[in-house]
Design a protein around this ligand. Structure first.
Ligand code: CA
Length: 229
């Protein structure tokens, strides 16, 4: 992790933003505060942060809309987004992840939890050493170009599905438990439930289409990616 990572805090409530900023500063981060999507966009246009803390409920465009917009933009698509939300229920979490957020944290949260999550997304986004393209059967994945294709046809995958497929293809023919996948794909925190893995495996299978038979469910054990499928 580089020194003093820049954290863009997009939060309309000044006391919350202030509290987060003070804590980040004390822990070796460089916080930048934007109170809405427009001012956040100006910050992003000026200097890219290392991570974005994005509040869900904001005046103007909400956090979900902003996450989608920044994921779709070439300049910002690689910046990790950690959603801050006061809503704790599952459909909203899934919506946040769907919109391209890397993780979410439910208010109220402790400083330690927030710092741990930020460090985890930064570690997960750390560049891989020498990402060689991988091919199994007619399926190929090029991590450097962020492309997946089957029989030469490009497939469209969400960011988490891409990471999941990348990991499974790199470690094909082996069975991975949900807990192992959580650890490898989502990082070393315990806040995401194991069924989140199933949600993303389901999405990955949908995205893989005809190639989905290569991703096997091993009853009672987990998942395996195989060239024999
Ligand atoms: Ca808010």
């Amino acid at each position: 992790m580089k020194a003093f990572p820049r954290v863009l805090i997009v939060e309309d409530e000044a006391p919350i933003a202030e509290l987060i900023a003070v804590n980040l500063r004390h822990n070796g981060f460089t916080p930048i505060w934007a109170e809405d999507g427009d001012s956040a966009q100006r910050e992003l246009d000026a200097v890219l942060p290392d991570v974005i803390l994005l509040d869900w409920m904001l005046p103007g465009m909400n956090g979900l809309q902003l996450a989608r917009k920044w994921r779709a933009a070439a300049r910002t698509k690689g910046v990790p987004i950690l959603m801050l939300t006061a809503r704790g229920d599952e459909p909203d979490k899934v919506a946040g992840l769907d919109a391209g957020a890397d993780d979410y944290i439910t208010k109220p949260f402790s400083t330690q939890e927030l710092l741990a999550r930020i460090r985890a997304v930064l570690r997960r986004r750390a560049p891989e050493q020498v990402p060689e393209p991988i091919a199994i059967g007619a399926l190929s994945l090029d991590a450097a170009a962020h492309r997946v294709s089957f029989r030469g046809q490009p497939l469209k995958l969400g960011p988490t599905e891409f990471k999941l497929l990348h990991y499974l293809m790199k470690h094909a023919e082996r069975v991975h438990s949900r807990a192992q996948l959580l650890d490898k794909i989502w990082g070393d925190h315990v806040y995401i439930e194991e069924r989140t893995v199933d949600v993303h495996v389901k999405r990955l299978r949908e995205a893989l289409g005809e190639a989905s038979s290569m991703l096997e469910t091993v009853r009672g054990a987990g998942y395996r990616f195989t060239g024999q499928g």
